[in-house]
Design a protein around this ligand. Structure first.
Ligand code: PMP
Ligand code: GLN
Length: 383
């Protein structure tokens, strides 16, 4: 068949998780916690399941959840938003990203992403008839810390540039944005009609007391932005696939035109339960950075005496380890070999890059119970 996505294979997350299972390995590849959501949240879902909340939710999301999201946005980022006109619950961040991309990208439009770029962006752009321009983040080896090269972005913008997609805290590098980055972005897009998608699914997983620089904080950027997030990361429930898109009314209206034809609506009892839980336990967000910072520190400490090099992640639940001291094998081959030979699965980061990235790095998910991290690290330390 004449494929619409000829360059696309099966996503690396499915590939590595399947290989991990086949090899009975410790799966630190695809990003998901080894622990459950809180019992309180699970009980609330059970309650709604048993009280008849089993039919279609409203297309934009249940009102109580949209209001809880709006309250959170106001509390954390100081922006008052309209839950009716500016919040849509999506089928995970994946559908949110797909619908936002399709809401703005037309045939022939150019979209800028930063490599390593999360793998769902480009196929959605291609399906919308657009083309993707990949700008590499500046790597530590080049004397910076996985930052956007703003001059390069300025040079890359042309008359066809329709959209820029950002993702901070960044998967897979763990990089974050500073307030100065936000100012620079605002300067660059000020006199353009470029839209922004900000994939902020790790908004609550940020370390060392840093503040998440949501695009929601900036008046100018907000006007042109779709902010995408996911409850999967925040509540240790990646399998629920519930996320949301916050965007100004005009953008939300276009977003919903696509959303209604991709999934129409999202699972009702879980939306209702999350809404109640958000209202009753707002401290969950406050505690999450420390919870994951301890996991990051534990994992880094466990691999300190290994032959891997690393800079501790600044956010997300992923840690990059550089294996240049061990082998010069390419990262896809090495990730497969480690899964087979020592039983630890990881994600090679070259698959997120148009051009091979400098260094030799694998991504390890540390959203795991300590015994799992300990066993994985002891195997990695033997290399
Ligand atoms: N964006 C990024 C950067 C992600 O890491 C993920 C998944 N972990 C998603 C989007 C998709 O989120 P969801 O599982 O809610 O669809
Ligand atoms: N976002 C997850 C990761 O980075 C994977 C999500 C998926 O499998 N689609 O590992």
């Amino acid at each position: 068949m004449d494929s619409k996505l000829p360059g696309t294979g099966t996503t690396i997350f499915a590939v590595m998780s399947a290989l991990s299972e086949e090899c009975d390995a410790i799966n630190l590849s695809q990003g998901f916690p080894s622990f459950n959501p809180s019992q309180d949240l699970l009980d609330r879902i059970t309650h709604y399941l048993n009280s008849g909340a089993n039919q279609y939710a409203p297309m934009p999301g249940v009102p109580s959840l949209r209001h809880a999201i709006a309250a959170k946005v106001e509390q954390l980022y100081g922006r008052t938003i309209d839950a009716e006109l500016e919040v849509t619950v999506s089928d995970g961040a994946t559908e949110g990203l797909f619908s936002a991309i399709h809401a703005v990208v037309r045939a022939g439009d150019e979209v800028i992403v930063f490599d390593p770029a999360y793998d769902s962006y480009e196929p959605a752009v291609t399906l919308a008839g657009g083309t993707t321009t990949h700008l590499p983040l500046v790597f530590p080896d080049e004397d910076a810390d996985f930052q956007i090269d703003w001059n390069r972005l300025e040079d890359a913008i042309g008359p066809k540039t329709r959209l820029i997609i950002l993702n901070f805290p960044h998967n897979p590098t763990g990089a974050i944005l500073s307030p100065a980055d936000i100012e620079r972005l605002a300067d660059i897009v000020r006199d353009t009609s470029i839209y922004l998608i900000s994939d902020e699914v790790y908004e609550h997983i940020i370390f060392d007391k840093a503040d998440h620089q949501s695009l929601l904080r900036n008046d100018e950027l907000w006007e042109r932005s779709f902010i995408i997030s996911s409850f999967g990361k925040t509540y240790h429930a990646t399998g629920w696939k519930v996320g949301y898109c916050v965007a100004p009314p005009v953008l939300t209206a276009e977003f919903r035109k696509i959303h209604q034809w991709t999934c129409y609506a999202v699972i009702t009892p879980i939306q209702l339960a999350i809404a109640d839980y958000m209202q009753d336990t707002p401290h969950h967000y406050v505690e999450l950075p420390v919870f994951y910072e301890q996991k990051r520190d534990r994992f880094c400490e466990l691999v300190r005496d290994s032959r891997f090099d690393y800079q501790p992640a600044k956010g997300t639940f992923f840690q990059l380890l550089d294996y240049s001291n061990i082998t010069d094998e390419d990262d896809v081959a090495y990730a497969r070999r480690l899964t087979r030979e020592i039983g630890v699965a990881s994600i090679p980061i070259s698959v997120f890059c148009e051009k091979p990235p400098p260094g030799r790095k694998l991504r390890f998910c540390f959203a795991k119970d300590d015994q799992i991290l300990e066993e994985a690290a002891s195997r990695l330390c033997q290399l």
